[in-house]
Design a binder for this molecule. Sequence first.
Ligand code: HMG
Ligand code: MG
Length: 300
Amino acid sequence: MFILPNNVTIIEVGPRDGLQNEENQVTTRDKLTFISALQKAGITEIEVTSFVSPKWVPQMADAKEIMQKVEKTGRQFVLAPNAVGADLAIEAGAKSVAVFVGVSNSFNKHNINRTTNESLQLVEPVIAKLKAQNIFVRACISTAFYCPYEGQMDQYAVLELCNRFVKLGVDELSVADTIGRANPLECYSLFKKLRERFPDVLLTAHFHDTRKMAMANIYAALQAGITRFDTSAGGLGGCPFAPGATGNVATEDVVQMFDVMGIQTGIDVKQVCEAVSTIAPHLSRSIETGMYKLYENEQL
Ligand code: HMG
Ligand code: MG
């Protein structure tokens, strides 16, 4: 039996990963209400928006206003794919920036119009600039297990890509199962290797829940020594350039699991559900997560 940690950190990605994939154009005011309610629930690290091309992802076109108006409590991450995005993030006062590159060439071509190597060349000077300004840098590693276009990824390629980022001095690696296809054995194997190879970097697991293995994958990653998890309130999420992928594992369900296991998150499940209830009426899809259904039926 492995020793459970006393506490874990949840990084909320709903306002970014969730809303980037939403069909309805959610207003800036409704996004801010959602983020504020998530902060009230005790979530201290949140991906709030993305400085990406509004032609590519119109849902994130209000990034500047979100950054200006969001309450600066805890850590607010913004995504930036390139120098243009990073400069806009810096101008907007971001103190934590997430860059993103996938392992798969085909995914990167679809997502950021560059191969993996071209993407790396693009983000290397960006990371140097951000670090020179004392900005916390998170590197999101997409398609670390499977790619929607190329299938299974080579573990060696994942480790090498992570190594490039660690050498560039990033503070955190968020390693993603972009299309929700990885299984617990694969997650344990990769995260164990990552934990051993990169003992000094924050390591985070980012699971989409397409095949309903995300909870099991979290437990597998926990066994491999991971204590940081990206989750999304309401199970929202998905990348517009990763066909077939559904939402991220739901914050309320993950927090509940940790609660009953006696692992502290500092987050109140009911208040997460209240945050979900602020955004739910503005979405094109219904919220089907276990804890949110209990909340709606007044069983929480
Ligand atoms: P491109 O068309 O190759 O861009 O797109 P470009 O560099 O050739 O520039 C073309 C024009 O766009 C220029 O303007 C630039 O200034 C402008 P023009 O001269 O024509 O007037 N531009 C920008 N404008 C605003 N913000 C910017 C920006 N960059 C250039 N940052 C680009 C390349 C990277 C911009 C585009 O492909 C893009 O925005 N992609 C973003 C895709 C995205 O947001 N995907 C979802 C996030 S990743 C994800 O969800 C995965 C994750 O959750 C982990 C997982 O689950 O795997 C993190
Ligand atoms: Mg994602």
